[in-house]
Design a protein around this ligand. Structure first.
Ligand SMILES: Cc1cc2nc3c(=O)[nH]c(=O)nc-3n(C[C@H](O)[C@H](O)[C@H](O)COP(=O)(O)O)c2cc1C
Length: 213
């Protein structure tokens, strides 16, 4: 977007003046719905940041599979680096960047594993080959040989040749429950709008603050 462009979304979409919003989840839902219409690729893609045992940050992409009052859910292998880091610290941060709208949303907060029944239900919706791949992947572990993954896929394809495939015990969902949600909207001349919603505890009301860009 050039710095002399008018103040409007590149997509032509509008959601009113978001800085007036009082409910961050409703605002997120509006922005997400707009991103669903305007992003050329998956609007659920988000960066997940964790820290390792030395405090060194780690960041990678994951897909948001649901969001709401209870938090933002993604799925992964619990033995992966992120799984180990989440199970040790129970904290994380998420970042959405919707380029088509020149917007970002940042979230921080505690992270917990979701209930088994919820993970089972989501796993059951995945394509069969994806389910087999999930069983076969030792996510983040060194690949022993170039053929090792193919062999593992063949093994589990034969093992689960008929019937429903159960969820692997080391694969589940995590839910980040935000204590902070920040909305950022590009404006001309770098006069960007930033609105931060913060709460001290998960039960506390949200406090809104506008921030310098
Ligand atoms: C767009 C995109 C979406 C991804 N979604 C997921 C996901 O939902 N779950 C997951 O475990 N890995 C996902 N990945 C792979 C991760 O970014 C990462 O490579 C992998 O989970 C291992 O990360 P770790 O070693 O830090 O645990 C995705 C990658 C991309 C590029």
């Amino acid at each position: 977007m050039s710095e002399s462009a008018p103040i409007e979304h590149p997509s032509g979409l509008t959601s009113g003046d978001f800085t007036e919003a009082e409910d961050p989840l409703r605002l997120f839902a509006t922005w997400f719905e707009e991103a669903t219409r305007s992003e050329p690729r998956d609007p659920t893609a988000m960066s997940l940041a964790t820290v390792d045992a030395d405090g060194l940050p780690n960041v990678r992409m994951v897909l948001m599979k649901s969001f709401g009052e209870r938090g933002f859910v993604f799925y992964t292998n619990v033995d992966s680096k992120k799984g180990q880091e989440l199970d040790r610290d129970h904290k994380g941060a998420l970042l959405f960047h919707w380029k088509s709208l020149n917007r970002q949303v940042r979230l921080r907060g505690p992270v917990e594993r979701i209930e088994d029944a919820e993970a089972d239900a989501y796993f059951a919706t995945r394509p069969r080959l994806t389910q087999i791949g999930t069983w076969a992947s030792k996510q983040s572990a060194p690949l022993e040989s170039p053929r090792a993954f193919e062999k593992a896929i063949a093994f589990y394809a034969a093992k689960f040749v008929v019937g429903a495939i159960p969820r692997p015990p080391n694969w589940t969902g995590y839910r980040l429950r935000p204590l902070l949600i920040e909305f950022w909207q590009d404006r001309p001349f770098r006069l960007h709008d930033r609105v931060e919603f913060r709460r001290d505890t998960l039960e506390a009301p949200w406090q809104k603050t506008r921030l310098y860009p």
